[in-house]
Ligand binder design. Structure first.
Ligand SMILES: *[C@@H]1O[C@H](CO)[C@@H](O)[C@H](O)[C@H]1NC(C)=O
Ligand SMILES: *[C@@H]1O[C@H](CO)[C@@H](O)[C@H](O)[C@H]1NC(C)=O
Ligand SMILES: *[C@@H]1O[C@H](CO)[C@@H](O)[C@H](O)[C@H]1NC(C)=O
Ligand SMILES: *[C@@H]1O[C@H](CO)[C@@H](O)[C@H](O)[C@H]1NC(C)=O
Ligand SMILES: *[C@@H]1O[C@H](CO)[C@@H](O)[C@H](O)[C@H]1NC(C)=O
Ligand SMILES: *[C@@H]1O[C@H](CO)[C@@H](O)[C@H](O)[C@H]1NC(C)=O
Length: 358
């Protein structure tokens, strides 16, 4: 109003203003439309408020997220968050000298010492959030006294954590009518990692013992698999008609990406773990076979042998691929913590309310 009421506005001025406005709109549009499908699949569409954040991010400093300890000492290049998940919204660092400036500190539970001397100095700077980061199922978390009331946020695979790590199959919604099932030369495969009775493998061993009486299972030790590169890992998996995903511990939400890998590879997972309903929160319900769908191991084996002979019935397990294109998941143990850490980065950048108001 003031411009118009004041000296008036000349036509060339108006043109410049309109052109500038268009340029801004175009920039925003191309920014949003360039976010890859991977990212949109991982995260639901952001609320309008977040858009404002992105606009101001151009000039504003990114929040600093300090990784206090490297989980498992598996180091990776922080730029992987951008290259793999297109997450580039925070300033990730492991430089402890930035502690006083850090908006959030990510603290890996397994690295906390019993006497708490490994924790960052307390009290926190008032704006700073401590994130309690753990990846183990609840009962396997060592109970360290004195941790109560130290943390502001939790990060875990539990879907009710403040920052839940998505274990969903990552897909894009490209139509894919021509999905071809690769040639199979093995019936049932099992990539066996730990067979250590202390990790609660009892249930699955008992089931497996009975199951393998009725059907041939190719057991591939992960000690071998871990030397396979990305391509050969998925190739090995794809050659199996069925693939056993037997969780060693059974907890809701702790489904791990062991299930996403066979789905991405193009085999049919046979799962033992939490109830079918919980799995269906993470992957298409018609893409896998659940052992609880059968009264016993014998009937499951019989069903698989029957599917082996019935091409059309087997193919039904791949119908979901007509609508969804899965992305290959990271396979190396050393890459285990990349997704949780990048997820924390994304969260911290999207939740800066406290700091802005101070
Ligand atoms: C991260 O933050 C530190 C401390 O403010 C700053 O020195 C550094 O340049 C920042 N890095 C990036 C990539 O923004
Ligand atoms: C952080 O601030 C505290 C108190 O202001 C100070 O004692 C400490 O040396 C600072 N730490 C670093 C790493 O700068
Ligand atoms: C705390 O425990 C660590 C080993 O876990 C030890 O090196 C350190 O000296 C202990 N610190 C205190 C203050 O007792
Ligand atoms: C985080 O938690 C600590 C301890 O409970 C509290 O003092 C601090 O105000 C909290 N910080 C934020 C940013 O919420
Ligand atoms: C796992 O270990 C148990 C004994 O602890 C053994 O009976 C079983 O055969 C082993 N499973 C495989 C697949 O090697
Ligand atoms: C498993 O395969 C072997 C050799 O290929 C065969 O002799 C055996 O009968 C098979 N067992 C079952 C349960 O099908």
């Amino acid at each position: 109003m003031s411009i118009i009421n004041g000296k008036g506005i000349s036509l060339p001025h108006l043109a410049v203003i309109i052109a500038f406005g268009c340029l801004i709109c175009l920039t925003i549009y191309s920014y949003w439309s360039s976010i890859p499908a991977l990212y949109t699949a991982l995260y639901p569409a952001p609320a309008p408020k977040d858009k404002q954040h992105f606009l101001s991010d151009v000039t504003e400093d990114k929040p600093i997220l300090l990784l206090w300890d490297w989980p498992g000492n598996y180091r990776f290049d922080f730029s992987d968050c951008k290259t793999i998940y297109n997450i580039d919204s925070c300033n990730l660092t492991d430089d402890r000298s930035l502690y006083n400036d850090s908006d959030a500190v990510l603290i890996f539970h397994e690295a906390i010492s019993w006497n708490l001397s490994s924790l960052p100095p307390s009290p926190h700077p008032p704006f700073q959030k401590w994130i309690w980061f753990h990846v183990e199922p609840p009962t396997k978390i060592k109970k360290i006294p004195g941790l109560e009331n130290l943390f502001n946020l939790t990060l875990s695979y539990k879907q009710d954590a403040d920052i839940p790590v998505q274990m969903s199959l990552i897909t894009s919604k490209k139509p894919n009518e021509e999905f071809v099932i690769l040639k199979k030369d093995k019936l049932v495969c099992w990539f066996l990692s730990k067979n250590d009775s202390s990790t609660g493998v009892g249930t699955r061993n008992k089931f497996y013992q009975e199951f393998s009486k009725y059907i041939n299972v190719t057991v591939i030790k992960t000690a071998y698999v871990k030397f396979l590169d990305y391509y050969n890992y998925y190739q090995t998996m794809a050659r199996c008609k069925f693939y056993l995903v037997f969780q060693n511990s059974i907890y809701n939400d702790y489904i791990t990406d062991k299930l996403s890998r066979p789905l991405a590879a193009g085999t049919v997972p046979v799962v033992l773990g939490p109830p079918r309903k919980n799995y269906a929160n993470f992957v298409p319900a018609e893409s896998f076979i659940h052992v609880n769908d059968f009264p016993d191991a014998k009937s499951l084996a019989e069903y698989l042998l029957q599917l082996d002979k019935d091409k059309d019935a087997y193919r039904k397990y791949f119908d979901w691929r007509k609508h969804l294109n899965p992305t290959l998941h990271l396979i190396q143990q050393t890459q285990e913590f990349i997704l949780p850490i990048c997820t924390a980065c994304d969260y911290v950048a999207r939740h800066r309310e406290y700091k802005e108001e101070s």
